[in-house]
Design a protein around this ligand. Structure first.
Ligand code: ZN
Length: 452
């Protein structure tokens, strides 16, 4: 049965479903995604990529009954948290439909399947798509030939030949560390190929603009890994090679829906509207309020998904610390937008539960709101005490300057976010030099590393 391509009217749920249906039709078994706190992920971490747990259950625990799986995995990226708000493309919590194939890599078949999904399933125009392949060279201390087979496979399916770009190892060679609990094997590796959407030459940064450029013209949204080797001093073929293809569902939604940012897709823009409405016409305490609108929206999504998967209440260490960080950033952004009414948090969490097709979420709305309310009490107290320290520091110093080390002290010792300190300083007409901050922060990080 032929189903029409999705195109511009598609919502996130359809995008996830279409991926799974496409691979099921090719004989892939549909399995549920794992918890963000899956036991295969080390205790202090959270699931950050698509298919780690499939690999674990299949290759480590002997749980495999087939060779092909498809699933939608929720992912949370701690290391992307700093980009949230500033980038139009990043959410800390996103959904990743994936397909996992055990056996020797067959690039021709894998790429033909992807192309069919993108053109016939999602309705992308072939002219809008670009792909990268590994151009060969040094990787993990060894020398590799270019991955011509991948290049040829893209040409064969009909991608515009000029749109197929060879890149170095930094972009197109994958090395998987031992990220999985119990995995004692040497790091697995292999070349990968990524698909980019061209948002148009009007966004181009110049004549050399190409996939891999960070100007925003090219959006990466699909990655296929051909994991065929492992490295233990020497390179050896992997006994169980595999191919995995993943897409960022929210990014596909952004591209198909023609949204200018990932914060404007169907499951996110109603949340943005709610934050804007709550902020009203009160001017924010910072210049770019939109960054903080995004932080609030991003973090409430992440917090609800994490709570539903059993994340602990905020506290010290590991996942509790992550919850604390998310909640305090959310509360700080609310302060900066001068939103005092905590009803917003409940309304947002409720709306996330309605917008996302995840039957587990609604039951956790109250719990996440309780976490946030309890943490707010502690945080408010911390900020009040910290601000008193700040007053004392300024009186003691009797200088119109506040240096980086002072700022790090406020943040790390007294628990007051930098943005709030900066506002207090501005109100008191005390100068702060951000240059000195970077250096002081590095010194602080190094002193921590020295202690451990
Ligand atoms: Zn560019």
């Amino acid at each position: 049965m032929m189903t029409a391509a999705l195109g511009q009217q598609s919502d996130l749920a359809q995008i996830k479903q279409r991926f799974v249906e496409h691979y099921c039709a090719e004989g892939y078994a549909h399995i549920p995604g794992s918890s963000l706190l899956d036991p295969s992920v080390p205790m202090s971490y959270v699931m950050s990529a698509g298919l780690v747990q499939v690999e674990t259950s299949a290759t480590l625990h002997g749980g495999r009954t087939g060779t092909r799986y498809t699933l939608v995995q929720n992912c949370f990226r701690y290391f992307d948290m700093a980009k949230v708000g500033h980038s139009a493309m990043h959410l800390s919590l996103f959904q990743m439909p994936g397909a996992f194939t055990f056996g020797p890599a067959n690039r021709t078949i894998a790429i033909a399947r992807i192309w069919q999904l993108l053109i016939d399933g999602y309705g992308f125009s072939p002219d809008s798509l670009w792909a990268t392949f590994f151009a060969g060279g040094a990787a993990t201390g060894h020398h590799f030939e270019p991955d011509w087979e991948t290049q040829r496979a893209w040409i064969e399916v009909g991608m515009v030949p000029e749109h197929i770009v060879g890149l170095e190892a930094e972009h197109n060679f994958w090395k998987q560390g031992a990220s999985v609990v119990g995995d004692t094997q040497a790091p697995k590796c292999g070349p990968n190929t990524e698909v980019f959407f061209d948002r148009g030459t009007q966004l181009s940064c110049g004549p050399t603009c190409a996939p891999g450029c960070t100007c925003g013209r090219f959006v990466e949204f699909l990655n296929t890994l051909f994991i065929t080797m492992h490295i233990d001093g020497i390179i050896e073929p992997l006994a169980e090679p595999f191919t995995e293809t993943v897409v960022g569902a929210e990014r596909v939604a952004m591209l198909l829906q023609g949204a200018a940012s990932i914060y404007e897709i169907d499951t996110v823009h109603p949340l943005m509207a709610m934050v804007r409405e709550a902020a009203g016409t009160v001017p924010p305490l910072v210049q770019d309020g939109s960054i903080h609108e995004r932080v609030i929206v991003d973090h409430i999504r992440a917090l609800l998904f994490l709570t539903a998967d059993g994340a602990p209440r905020p506290g010290k260490g590991g996942r509790a610390r992550l919850m604390r960080k998310l909640i305090r950033e959310l509360l700080t952004s609310m302060r900066l937008l001068r939103i005092a009414d905590m009803a917003l948090v409940h309304n947002l969490a409720n709306t996330v539960a309605v917008l996302e097709t995840n039957p587990h979420l609604p039951a956790y709305v109250d719990k996440v709101c309780d976490y946030i309310a309890a943490e707010k009490t502690i945080f408010d107290r911390t900020v009040r005490a910290g601000m008193r320290k700040l007053e004392a520091m300024l009186e003691e110093g009797d200088i119109p300057n506040f240096n980086g080390a002072d700022m790090v002290k406020m943040e790390k010792q007294h628990g007051v976010p930098r943005a709030l300190v900066e506002i207090a300083l501005r109100q008191k007409r005390v100068r702060f030099d951000p240059e000195t901050y970077q250096k002081a922060y590095r010194q602080w990080s190094q002193s921590l590393a020295g202690e451990n």
